[in-house]
Design a protein around this ligand. Sequence first.
Ligand code: SF4
Length: 414
Amino acid sequence: MARKYRKLNTSKDLTRLMTRYYATSKLVGKLRPLAWVTSGAPVEILIGMGIATVYPENYGALLGAQRAAVPLAQVAEERGFSPDLCSYARAHLGSLLAPGDAPQGGLPRPDLLVACNNICGTVIKWYQAVAQELNVPLFLLDAPYQHEAGLPGHAGLPEHAGLPEHAEQYVAAQLEDLIAWLAHHTGRRLNDKKFHQALALSNEAVTLWREIRELCQARPSPLNAPDLFLTMAPIVVLRGTKDAVGFYRKLKDEVEERVARGEGAIVEERHRLLWDNIAIWYRLFRLFSLFTDAGACFVVDTYTNAWSVSVDTTEPILGLARTYSTVYINQSLQARAELMSDLVERFGVDGVVMHSNRSCKPYSLGQYEVLEQVSARTGVPGLVLEADMCDTRLYAEEPTKNRIQAFLDLLEQR
Ligand code: SF4
């Protein structure tokens, strides 16, 4: 049978880049201070202070994709961590407790921990457990949940979009505390030149990433969600570096060439879909092939969209406070429904598929309400799939397939 999915040439560069990143992290950690940070941490500050960073969430995704998450999660569960906890947290904690069973022997040991609760409250307890286990200092950055604010930097959203001044000041003051705390624990100062360079590189990568995603408005779409889920890794772990910029320049060239040739990510695009929530890592291509085979391409998603907002560098600390406080899942359901409706309209989406992810409560709670609002505004139908991003024990193959088939039949009839 002819292949219905076009592989990106840039995927080879991605594999090389990420392999090098994990290999050098072990080495770099021996030469300068190393921090474990959450995906929404203001990493530009750490780069400006010469502190290396590693992302346990990205490692969690890797464990999920390699199907190594469950045995490690079980190690954490046996130690008393609840199976209801996020599977990134459980798998990572398992890798800490049983490094011999973890791919690459687990992550290099950190000197510091920096967690920001702009993505969830889980990271607070997760990082506290790590701090206790390894006896390393932890900084918790509190980014208050935005009940009112819209998502700055996103097209199609109301004028009031933005962070209230009191929240902005509150987070900015903590960023100043973070700089002092890092200096106290590492003896390093914030180097202004390095900090501004990191901000500029971060913004350049974010802009390229946003432009790449926007190119998927083309018909057929040059990328499908699995492409986005894989190529998002550098925007998470290499934000603020030349490596990320170099990779996204190359990826953008390839995507532009596809658009110019009228070549889609899948061979015959018949339906254009939106994906909501984190990928089901252990089923990435198998699950999406059910859609691909029916000519359904995920032209946009809300997850990889989260790293699309630049930092205002005219007032860097305030700019960081604004950008990192207003990530997608730190926003009200109303703001999420507005963003999703905007994406549906701009990308010509015919249907929405939501992953109700047992692990990620802040992402998954309220999805039915968001879907109702998006369907009412745009008229597109939706499907909710219940699973987990890493924990294969929460995935039921046959019911999932049946629900997808029924949804695809519905799209055919419209
Ligand atoms: S609960 Fe969700 S946001 Fe928090 S660490 Fe897990 S996957 Fe990430």
